[in-house]
Design a protein around this ligand. Structure first.
Ligand code: G6P
Length: 615
């Protein structure tokens, strides 16, 4: 949450920073600000609301300079006001700082600083950091890069919490500094210019060479170079990585919204999740990143899957898939719960944490807690440079490319594809025959085409969605692996349309949910032709008997659903283990259309942020 961008070079910083902030807006967008060094003093511009508002403030009152820092905020401490928007300043007003993270001991530090005569102008935890660094800098009196870095080091040693920061000081005009602990920070390496950002997508327009900072590292950047050191004071080793994607990958292209673009990318992203991983020769899956031999995989007797939000729904579907194809007991748990639970885990338990961003604070904490207890803990991530990807003992990358829309879409189906791969892998190690393995591989190979076929339903889904776009409450129902699909569909709708929506196992309807059924409340049933189809059909009848409108997602060729449901969306026939992927896509389109119809900001829903780096 919160995005930071810093620039030092020869170009005009403002357009670079504004463009970077726009690309980071998914990390938070309640207010934004920028500080530039102009003629020996720091000029600041701030605005509440979107980056566009900040751009307008700057257009009205321009600033110039080639050294600057900027920030887009997702409020944690202090309301959404101009005063609380970053950058924040120290006592002298000559140091400006932007921050992503939470300073847990900010109250204690603030009291101490106030006693020493520091006056605070915001309610943020961040302002404490600015004062602390400024205080250390002034005390040392060294107006140099080394002086600023030492001041940073001294201040950060007093801090408990998480931070990704960028700062500049008017007395050290050729230097931009940054540091990280717990919140991501990447350094963009240019020619005669350098960048700092929370995410590489903010700078990929300018450079594709990046250094991903590690926790407890401090960086000092100049036009012509940079130095990375540790909080303890020694030089740090680093690697310059080539960014895999291009600026084009993080553009909307011809689509009106990132979400729609990302929904349409799914035939390719599902293909990318499969690419090079299916072995026809052995009728199994190769996932080298797991860093486990077949013998070690054979010893796994239980799997724990964890994540937050959409990633948790993938875990729930993974539970069904792995249990049915591999006959392995699986438990899934919200990462925010797992980290504080004392879940009995035997030695042969294998833990997977699932996270698109690889930065979700609760998921990272669950990973660390599991590792602390000595469990091998693997990550399923999209962001290859993320903290979870780095800290896990191995894992599987989604390879879905950057996902910018706050509502997860393509990352979800990539996660489900990986869940199927894991189910096949564990199944083949345990009881699935060569023939059965080959059968699953053949089905998986068809998956990208089936996904493309589902997307052909776009117009029909939009027509259905428009019909119900004014409803204020939606019920989503499914059974077995399609129950979490119902949860995910409800989450998508809530996130981007702000209507009340809930997901339930179809049979639970009569245990309470049915009280909500009315002519105004549409029920969406995920009812493909599977072993529980007839049961779903009865549940649909129960809703219809109470005059509830029903939309059914069924299998192509189905004629029974038409008879009972008001509207029917038919997806291609596929084995049960692939249906969740195919059923999810029309429901993504359904949520998208309703949000557009209701005039909601699809890519940046209110109160949300894509990457939740606070607990
Ligand atoms: C936030 C996002 C969700 C996402 C969840 C987990 O809440 O708004 O869309 O599913 O975080 O994110 P992760 O990056 O860990 O998959």
């Amino acid at each position: 949450m919160c995005g930071i961008v810093g620039y030092i070079g020869r170009a005009e910083a403002t357009p670079i920073l504004l463009d970077g902030l726009r690309r980071l807006e998914y990390r938070g967008y309640d207010s934004a600000g920028m500080a530039l060094l102009e003629g020996g003093t720091i000029k600041v511009r701030k605005s509440i609301g979107r980056i566009q508002n900040l751009a307008q403030v700057i257009a009205d009152e321009p600033v110039a300079g080639s050294l600057g820092i900027s920030h887009t905020r997702w409020a944690t401490h202090g309301e959404v006001t101009n005063e609380n928007a970053h950058p924040h300043f120290d006592k002298s007003g000559r140091l400006a700082l932007v921050h992503n993270g939470v300073i847990e001991n900010h109250q204690t530090l603030r009291m101490r600083l106030e006693e020493g005569g520091h006056v605070f102008t915001s309610q943020t935890d961040t302002e404490v950091l600015a004062h602390l660094i400024g205080e250390a800098f002034d005390r040392r009196g060294e107006l140099s890069q080394a002086g600023l870095v030492e001041a940073l080091r001294e201040a950060l040693r007093q801090v408990i919490g998480t931070y990704g920061i960028a700062a500049l000081h008017a007395d050290v005009p050729g230097v931009l500094v940054g540091a990280r602990r717990g919140s991501p920070l990447v350094l963009g390496v240019g020619r005669g210019e350098h960048f700092l950002a929370s995410d590489v997508s903010a700078v990929v327009n300018h450079t594709r060479e990046a250094v991903y900072l590690k926790d407890y590292e401090i960086v000092a950047l100049r036009e012509e170079g940079f130095e990375i050191s540790t909080l303890a004071g020694s030089d740090a080793s680093f690697e310059v990585s080539k960014v895999e994607f291009t600026a084009g990958d993080v553009d909307k292209g011809t689509y009106p919204h990132y979400m729609l673009k990302e929904i349409h990318e799914q035939p390719a992203t599902v293909q990318d999740a499969l690419r090079g991983r299916l072995s026809r020769e052995e009728a199994t899956v190769h996932l080298g990143g797991l860093n486990m031999s077949n013998a070690e995989l054979r010893d796994v007797e239980r799997i724990v899957l964890s994540g937050c939000g959409t990633a948790f729904h993938s875990a729930m579907i993974g539970e069904y898939l792995i249990e049915s194809l591999a006959h392995l007991p699986v438990e899934c748990e919200f990462a925010s719960e797992l980290r504080y639970r004392n879940l009995p885990m035997t030695r042969d338990t294998l833990v997977f944490v699932i996270s698109q961003s690889g930065e979700t604070a609760d998921t990272l904490a669950a990973l660390r807690e599991s590792q602390r207890k000595g469990h091998r803990t693997l990550g399923i991530c999209n962001n290859v440079a993320s903290t979870i990807a780095r800290e896990s003992d191995g894992g599987v990358y989604m390879h879905a490319g950057p996902e910018i829309g706050v509502a997860a879409t393509k990352s979800f189906t990539s996660q489900l594809t990986i869940m199927t791969l894991l189910a096949l892998l564990f199944g083949r190690i345990r009881h699935l025959s060569y023939g059965e393995g080959m059968g699953i591989i053949s089905e998986l190979e068809k998956l990208p085409d089936l996904v493309a076929k589902v997307l052909e339903l776009e117009k029909h889904v939009a027509t259905v969605a428009r019909k119900y776009a004014r409803a204020e409450n939606f019920l989503f129902m499914g059974r077995q692996a399609n129950y979490p699909v119902a949860l995910e569909a409800a989450l998508k709708l809530k996130e981007i349309s702000y209507v009340s929506a809930s997901g339930h196992p179809s049979a639970e309807l009569k245990h309470g949910v049915i009280a909500l059924v009315s002519e105004e409340t549409p029920s969406i049933f995920i009812a493909p032709q599977d072993a529980v189809f007839a049961k779903n059909l009865s549940n649909i009848e129960e809703v219809k008997a109470r005059k509830g409108p029903v939309i059914a997602v069924g299998t192509e060729g189905d004629t029974e659903l038409e008879r009972v449901a008001d509207d029917v969306i038919l997806i291609p026939k596929a084995p049960d283990y692939l249906t969740p992927i195919l059923a999810s896509i029309p429901l993504q389109l359904f949520a998208y259309t309703i949000a557009v119809e209701r005039g909601c900001d699809v890519d940046k829903p209110r109160n949300l942020a894509k990457s939740v780096t606070v607990e």
